[in-house]
Design a protein around this ligand. Sequence first.
Ligand code: GLU
Length: 421
Amino acid sequence: MSAKASLYQNVTRQFDRAADLMGLDGEVRKILARPMNEVTVNFPAKMDDGRIEMFTGYRVQHNNVLGPFKGGLRYHPMVDIDEVRALATWMTWKSAIANIPMGGAKGGIQIDPAKYSQGELERITRRFTFALGSNIGPDYDIPAPDVNTNAQTMAWILDTYWSMMSPLERQRSLHVVTGKPVDLGGSVGRDKATGQGVIYVIEQWARDRGFDLSQATYTVQGYGNVGSWTARLMKPHGARLVAAEDHTGAIANPAGIDPDALLAYARAHRGGIAGYPQAEAVDHKVFLSTPADIFVPAALENQLTAETTPWLNVRLVAEGANGPTDPDGDRILAERGIDLLPDILCNSGGVIVSYFEWLQNKRSEFWELDEVDAKLHRIITAGYGRVAEAVKEYKVDWRTAGYIVAMARLEKVYKQRGIFP
Ligand code: GLU
């Protein structure tokens, strides 16, 4: 998996293309072209051996015109302000396409979490929360899990945030983070939500094209939360996982890889899929060239580029990751007639169920899984429908259409509200 170009440049190119095509209002365009707030914090944390180490964390708040800032926190060595800015902007479009009352934000720490013990990660997370202070808040900016963060991370953030407030305010602030453990105010169905959303969107795509998923083959890049859930939720369709890749390597088996057995293997091998015995080890190029119907990138950004997109041998790219395809990749997909379900639509199941968790916390409710799934299905397929309409109306690719849907909604609200003063 190659090093990244400037992600924010990708966002700008995508944004300009859509804004030109739809004739976005010039003033609104100026506003949306940059994030509202960018917070950088440098903070200390105590290591197991008693030393103090300094860390750099970010929270970029792109837009909150449609609702509170919303988006995940990632822990990764590649996290920097440029990446977080891009990811925050995509969150604004994602929430707007889904038509949920949320804005866009993203944050993270530049860190390789594999190098730290669980105790160190807890102290780093708590000090990060403390450093962010009132830059986050239950009705202002609500973090969630992302790459290398999970329900446990959210539990530490909640506990630290609570310890900074008066006891009277604590229960009222349960919704300061989403993606919490279910016993601590999390929503059932949030863990699988991004993968579940990817599946609902793929199902809709298959229905529209009269494509039979029971005969389908697919490949998955990344076997963390999104990749493993997507792979496992494809299994009931009868579709066959023929290759997978993560940070430890790539594997292939044309006869099919069992997604559940692969997850069990990865869990037993520090999260990595390399060495899985019922498949053959392959290199990155062979992995991306694997013939299949559907490719689900569910790892990091800039994986499909001018160099790698020509290798693909699939009908559909369904983006579970954020930003896996750069603008050259988009162009080549279009030229080659490969369908694309873009990140800002395809992986929005996570933030949609985060919104459900936030609502349940505010109302002291507990929804059952069938209710969560049914509502997710309704919201994400409605978003799919809006993007499909824009594809037809503007005769554009699905990513540009997604931008147009999102920006049209933001434009309308800006015009209604006007600019203060
Ligand atoms: N990190 C996820 C995303 O990129 C989920 C964000 C959320 O639930 O707020 O969409």
